[in-house]
Design a protein around this ligand. Sequence first.
Ligand code: NAP
Ligand code: MG
Length: 403
Amino acid sequence: MDKIKMTTPLVEMDGDEMTRILWQWIKDILITPYIDLRTEYYDLGLKHREETKDQVTIDSAEATKKYGVAVKCATITPNAARVEEYGLSEMWKSPNGTIRAALDGTVFRTPILVKGITPYIPTWTKPITIARHAYGDVYKNTEMRVAGGSKAELVVTDKDGKETRQLIHNFKGDGVIQGLHNLDASISGFARACFQYALDLKQDLWFASKDTISKIYDHRFKDIFAEIYEAEFKEKFEAAGIEFFYTLIDDAVARVIRSEGGYIWACKNYDGDVMSDMVSTAYGSLAMMTSVLVSPSGVYEFEAAHGTVQRHYYKYLKGEETSTNSVATIFAWSGALRKRGELDGIPALCDFADKLEAATIGTIEDGIMTGDLYLLSKLENKRKVDSRTFLEEINTRLSAKLR
Ligand code: NAP
Ligand code: MG
């Protein structure tokens, strides 16, 4: 079989620890035997981020804007322990945060369903995708403690120096206050990314907030979604046979639990943070989630939702056997290759991505799986394999599909 040719390179963002090992194995075992892989390579491993004073992260985000599709390995977000371990000159920022800020993106996370692993909510037979707004609200807050006897006010000074004041509270006893904000531009970008992604997936879009209580703040989100939908997406949604609806967050939660899945749930920043943890736990495992960052201009960055699996890496370094789940990283590659195929008109690339995903799911459904899934799976003939054997078993099925 001739290798599949690519016309535009993928932006490849390499990472750290166990996922960096898996990254190379996935390429060697599952990708380069079949594809004449073209990538523009950026090493986001912590050592190289230090060497470049983190410039490599910024460069990789710029390259993503230029080419349109990136695939990213999990990376270490340094803390004090990592500063010591890697002799860092600075506690570099989270690469995901840097890339998200550069692309102004929304992150979409979808569980990968396999037979034998039942969600805790048994009616969820289709995946629920969470779209989380990644700017503002409590994540950019300013807050303080207030002593009893104080008056707290909201003061806004406009560009001409004119002040508008609003009473927050007259504190009789001690208490706390918090100042939040968001931006119309960021909310609009979030809304567009959600509408665009719903069209890509041909799935309904739900958006929920607390506009009955927050009549200006949350209501602004509701209005922006409604305006953009009417002006830019309504006809496209109708043509695709999908629906957008807004509801109160309380109602959304009740509907989600009763649903069968199969839609996108757009959440404000805090709601998305906690609801995505709830949804991913209910479906089984972070290693069985796809994660993609979509910018309002239609740039895509595919990644795994889990971290660098440090504990397994130290076992690997000692020469011990590991059984690390590579599914989310494989799906990052298949997602990126499929998107490249769609954008460049290379159906063979899309077909390869479909078969790689099917071979991966097929392997697990045949009972061959890594340790994390072995604990969850209800299959009777299940067998736990090491990290590399799992990839080789996928390849056995992939090569048969491509023959
Ligand atoms: P983690 O790497 O997600 O791993 C936490 C634990 O979850 C592991 O020890 C393992 O449990 C289990 N696990 C996670 N992924 C797994 C997989 N693919 N296969 C099997 N088991 C898996 O989180 P962490 O240990 O808190 O963080 C490690 C590093 O990752 C940190 O430096 C953090 O900054 C970084 N991080 C990066 C990203 C990203 O780039 N997207 C996201 C989160 C964290 P057992 O040990 O019990 O087997
Ligand atoms: Mg969280």
